[in-house]
Design a protein around this ligand. Structure first.
Ligand code: HOZ
Length: 428
């Protein structure tokens, strides 16, 4: 990036007090090189950095900003809630309202507990599954990312894969041994694990649309197969819908694909851009959660009034007719623009998209597993990323993440990005 002296100076300062200068590793630009722009503000589909550079934003804070930045109803809701007091550590009406909205929207959720992040949601859901089944092992999928709880940092995607630590240092072997790893879109690999560990698997956890190895949609029959296999094995099925919840449909991927898990993890969109997570599901399973049951889970800022106010305003806006059709149309336009740019440049590219989330992989091959995603040309992605950034388009600094369109994007914004993509690939 040419004009970024303030970001350079901030990055230098940050690195003295914050590991790598960032509060989440993939933000460091480790995989693409260069200095991350420090963001000063956002409005609608645009963000501005501290040097005054403007970008059309297709990262959307990694997913939550389905309405764009500083959406007026969300800002107002937060301001009103803040004026009433920011935290009580006691029940509030606002949190009941959000819980009711979520339970009404998401097919699997009869009861839920609000937490403060997706990581917490997954960590808690896995504990509840273990408590309910009396079993300890969990099956996850290679390249899926479920937050940074110890047992989930095994063959993880997202920043962990991006930075080359899919199985993190510091995870005791005993924990890692409780996590079994299957291949995404490969039911045989799940059967093999369930057969090898009869009556030991508490849960199979999956991103119903993988978003953390780049976007990889479930193939026909994959989610249905997981539903059947877990039922037969006496294990619970957990959908990690932290990215897909209220993103690929109002009721999440489970509504879109018609497969109902036992437990669901949520985050991102249900907090409207503030820190929130939730786990919920069948009432008999959720009855394990303290104080109803013996599985402990707690948090001082759980159900925080500001976060639930933002989330409620966001879900209310999403419930308006036509929102998902509009998101899908923008996603389709982005897909067409990227495909045309790659074709004009003669660049091999596979584009995976589900509604408003998508990834351009630099490979000729279809991408349906982590091995396929890992086979993409990450150096080419890095060059593409910087080409976009220079042209005022902001996307994830990693091949193994999703791009998002929001309701704040206009067809002109998407056309602007398509022209930038053509320029970045050298074909326009
Ligand atoms: N793992 C997150 C994206 N899938 C990264 C979040 C962040 O760096 O803010």
């Amino acid at each position: 990036m040419a004009n970024n002296p303030r970001s350079e100076a901030l990055f230098e300062r940050a690195q003295r007090v914050i590991p790598g200068g960032v509060n989440s590793p993939v933000r460091s630009f480790g995989a693409v090189g260069g200095t991350p722009p420090f963001i000063a503000r956002g409005a609608g589909a645009r963000i501005w950095d501290v040097d005054g550079n403007e970008y059309v934003d297709f990262l959307g804070s990694w997913g939550p900003l389905v309405l764009g930045h500083a959406y007026p109803a969300v800002v107002e809701a937060v301001q009103r809630a803040a004026a009433d007091g920011t935290s009580f550590g006691a029940p509030t009406e606002r949190e009941v309202h959000l819980a009711e909205l979520v339970a009404a929207a998401v097919p699997s959720i009869e009861m839920l507990r609000l937490v403060s992040s997706g990581t917490e949601a997954v960590m808690s859901a896995v504990r509840i599954a273990r408590a309910y089944t009396g079993r300890s092992k969990v099956v996850k999928f290679n390249g899926c990312y479920h937050g940074h709880a110890d047992g989930m940092l095994v063959k993880a995607g997202s920043g962990a894969a991006t930075l080359g630590v899919p199985t993190s240092a510091g995870v005791p072997e005993a924990y890692a041994a409780e996590t079994l790893v299957a291949e995404y879109n490969d039911l045989d690999s799940v059967v093999a694990l369930l057969d090898a560990h009869i009556n030991q698997v508490a849960a199979v956890i999956v991103e119903p649309v993988a978003g953390n190895m780049g976007v990889v949609p479930p193939e026909e029959g994959f989610l249905e197969g997981l539903r059947r296999l877990t039922g037969e094995a006496g294990a619970l099925l957990i959908f990690d819908e932290v990215i897909t919840g209220f993103r690929v449909a109002y009721g999440g991927a489970q509504a879109r694909y018609g497969v109902t898990p036992d437990l669901t993890c949520l985050g991102k969109i249900i907090g409207g851009g503030l820190p929130v997570g939730a786990f919920g599901g069948r009432a008999d399973v959720m009855a394990m959660v303290a104080p109803l049951g013996p599985a402990y889970q707690a948090g001082t800022l759980s159900g925080n009034p500001l976060a639930v106010a933002a989330g409620t305003a966001c879900l209310e806006a999403l419930a308006e007719p036509g929102t998902y059709e509009a998101l899908d149309a923008l996603g389709a336009q982005a897909e067409a623009g990227l495909r045309a740019a790659a074709e004009a440049a003669g660049t091999p590219m596979t584009l995976n998209r589900v509604g408003s989330m998508f990834t351009a992989f630099f490979t000729e091959e279809p991408v349906r597993t982590w091995a396929d995603a890992a086979g993409a040309d990450t150096e080419r992605y890095a060059a593409f990323f910087h080409g976009l950034l220079e042209r005022g388009v902001y996307v994830a600094p990693s091949q193994f993440e999703a791009a998002f369109v929001s309701l704040a994007h206009t067809p002109e914004d998407v056309a602007f990005a398509a022209r930038a993509a053509a320029g970045a690939l050298g074909g326009g």
